[in-house]
Design a protein around this ligand. Structure first.
Ligand code: UD1
Length: 349
């Protein structure tokens, strides 16, 4: 370790750090004393996020704007930032429907960026990586809840497949690069926003995901929420998900980074479920929203959305025990944080 590193805080690369989960993770890393450099091409996020991260933490993270799917630019970055000790790779396209229409765009972006980062890490001696994977790799599981040993299923969409293939790339890379240590975190459904309401999810156009659609409807931006299907084999007929608070999720990344930096990992490629362990139905979530906000949310039941699975939630026991982390926020706190964020965006008192 250089003299410089012995007194400076450890530097972490966060790709996609101005995005939804990335920005919350940057805040938690800075709160834990890490020095953060963000790389983001701003294709789905705004530069103003840096101001809000600074307002929350008092520290402005480093920032470089370029596309990680460009191998040369990625290599140049690692050449320039010689003190990076670990990377967290969030930067990726994530719209399931769009990925069906534009499969090449998804494979090119999501896979090239990961390979360029691994290649840059190998060339420049950066040993540790935490990657954003998804419970989408389990498809509709035969048995619930899903453990890390639940078999993966063939992906329903090119987006989902980029997550499965990314995990395979990490596994294969780790096999022949003993000195590198990689963790994939399989997120369930991240929702909510920072309690300051200064950062949160910023969907472009009409939101695909449930909670931004709910909060926009409540704010009067959308006329009515459509609930996709009430004929599933679930207690109230609507689909079930494991909704994880985005700040809890961000903290799981800090824990994963510390695990790697402190050499506590058991293998050099590990993967963990990151969820709450509780299944909540779409209708239950809508009811919680109405209860905690007092807003009379307009909704109607429509047909199922193509490609949706019926139900999934995590068995978190392995991840909780190994990482020493668990989700702490209640669904009510989380929903309220999402609403406070939407209200601030729209100037609602
Ligand atoms: C999807 C992806 C997941 C990805 C996540 C975030 C799959 C199978 N899932 O999760 O990998 O990480 O998006 O991009 O690829 N719903 C409504 N009305 C709406 C919107 C949603 O009823 O207006 C319902 C959906 O039908 C679903 C639930 O709410 O049952 C959650 O949907 P959504 O927030 O889009 O997340 P997923 O599809 O679970």
């Amino acid at each position: 370790m250089s003299f410089k590193n012995s007194y400076m805080s450890k530097q972490i690369l966060v790709t996609g750090g101005t995005g939804y989960i990335g920005s919350h993770t940057v805040v938690e890393l800075q709160n834990s004393g890490f020095d953060v450099v963000i790389v983001d091409n701003l294709s789905n996020s705004k530069i103003e996020v840096l101001d809000n991260i600074e307002k929350i933490t008092g520290i402005r993270p480093g920032f470089e704007k370029f596309d990680l799917a460009d191998a040369k630019l990625t290599n140049d970055f690692f050449q320039k930032y010689k003190d990076i000790e670990a990377a967290i790779h969030f930067a990726a396209f994530k719209a399931v429907g769009e990925s069906v229409q534009e499969p090449l765009m998804y494979y090119q972006n999501n896979l090239n960026s990961l390979m360029n980062i691994l290649s840059g890490m190998k060339t420049h001696g950066v040993k540790n990586l935490v990657f954003s994977s998804s419970c989408t790799v389990y498809g509709q599981p035969d048995k619930l809840p899903v453990t890390e040993d639940t078999p993966r299923k063939e992906a329903e969409s090119p987006y989902g497949n980029t997550k499965a293939v990314s995990e395979d790339i990490m596994r294969d890379f780790a096999k022949v690069n003993d000195e590198h240590n990689l963790i994939a975190l399989r997120y369930f459904n991240p929702i909510g926003a920072h309690e300051s309401a200064l950062i949160g999810e910023l969907p472009v156009g009409v939101p695909n995901n449930l909670v931004p659609f709910i909060t926009q409807t409540a704010a009067g931006v959308r006329g009515e929420l459509s609930i996709f299907g009430d004929d599933y084999n679930t207690p109230d007929g609507t689909a079930i998900r494991d909704f994880i608070n985005v700040v809890d999720l961000a903290k799981a990344h800090v824990v994963a980074i510390n695990r790697l930096l402190n050499g506590k990992n058991k293998k050099n490629y590990e993967y963990f479920n990151v969820g709450t362990g509780e299944g909540v139905s779409v209708m239950q979530l809508v009811k919680v929203f109405i209860e905690v906000t007092g807003v009379n949310l307009k909704y109607k039941i429509v047909g199922r959305r193509e490609g949706d699975i019926e139900k999934i939630w995590a068995d978190t026991s392995y991840g909780n025990a190994e990482l020493g982390w668990k989700a702490e926020k209640t669904i009510k706190q989380t929903i309220l944080s999402a609403w406070n964020w939407e209200k601030r965006l729209r100037g609602i008192k």
